[in-house]
Design a protein around this ligand. Structure first.
Ligand SMILES: [Zn+2]
Length: 259
């Protein structure tokens, strides 16, 4: 089978693949997904925003992909990471959602997304969203075929303030209708990571943020969690390593509980 991420499209026009897969042949149970890994925009797309917007959490989850890379390495896992900004299309939303190609974030308008035709949305989905999810499905399926029960973990970061309000929570463990893994992780999470931890904070399934879990984990009843880390705590390689160390220990405990 031709790896799905190697599809080339007019929209990507020489910009390379839509998705990066790290640890393609890893043997561990964990499959990490990082939908908001990148703030890159294909040269064929004109969002009409400046560098400040592209460097902000509006465009990506700062620090998240580095933590995910470190976790994948420590746990002999696979990481599937989107290579383009969620402002182009959000791989953690269904393509028919209003915010799949968002026209407004917390404080920014995205002029290039206003009035998109259904054909333009479909082109973004085909070029960016579908390859990401095909790669994720491929990595989950590979494990199932080999008799390995996968655990899906999505890695995100959030901003310390939202609409002017400071967020006290430092680590969010989110789930949709299957809380098994979060139930196993929560009692020890604060002690192991040193972070103020909460269930379904600062977002929850009611905010539409569990699309990847819904699509890949819930139908097959795979243990799953969406991890949200406050981005001021993972702003340097040193802090990313420290947080990844703690999360690796925590997730290994969770894995043992999900036998
Ligand atoms: Zn995110």
């Amino acid at each position: 089978m031709i790896p799905s991420e190697n599809h080339d499209t007019e929209l990507l026009a020489g910009a390379g693949s839509a998705v990066e897969v790290v640890g393609r042949n890893s043997r561990g149970r964990f499959v990490f997904a990082c939908e908001h890994a990148s703030n890159q925009v294909p040269t064929t797309i004109h969002l009409g925003v400046d560098a400040n917007v592209l460097n902000s959490h509006a465009a990506w989850d700062p620090g998240a992909v580095m933590v995910a890379r470190l976790l994948a390495k420590r746990l002999d896992a696979t990481l599937v990471a989107a290579r383009f900004s969620r402002l182009v299309c959000d791989c953690n939303r269904p393509p028919d959602a209003n915010d799949f190609c968002t026209v407004r974030t917390e404080i920014h308008e995205i002029p290039g997304n206003v009035g998109l035709s259904s054909a333009e949305r479909a082109a973004r989905s085909a070029a960016l969203y579908e390859p990401f999810h095909a790669s994720l499905a491929e990595q989950i399926e590979r494990r199932l075929v080999d008799g390995i029960r996968p655990i899906l973990v999505t890695i995100h970061s959030f901003s310390p303030t939202w609409n002017g309000v400071h967020r006290g929570v430092e680590l969010g463990l989110l789930h949709d209708s299957d809380p098994r893994l979060v139930d196993a992780l929560l009692p020890r999470a604060a002690a192991i990571t040193g972070l103020r931890t909460a269930r379904n904070q600062p977002y929850g399934p009611e905010d539409g943020v569990t699309h990847t879990l819904q699509r890949h984990a819930l139908p097959a009843q795979l243990p799953n969690v969406m991890i949200e880390i406050r981005n001021d705590l993972i702003a340097s390689l040193g802090t990313q390593q420290r947080i990844a160390d703690g999360l690796a220990v925590l997730l290994a405990r969770g894995e043992a509980a999900m036998a």
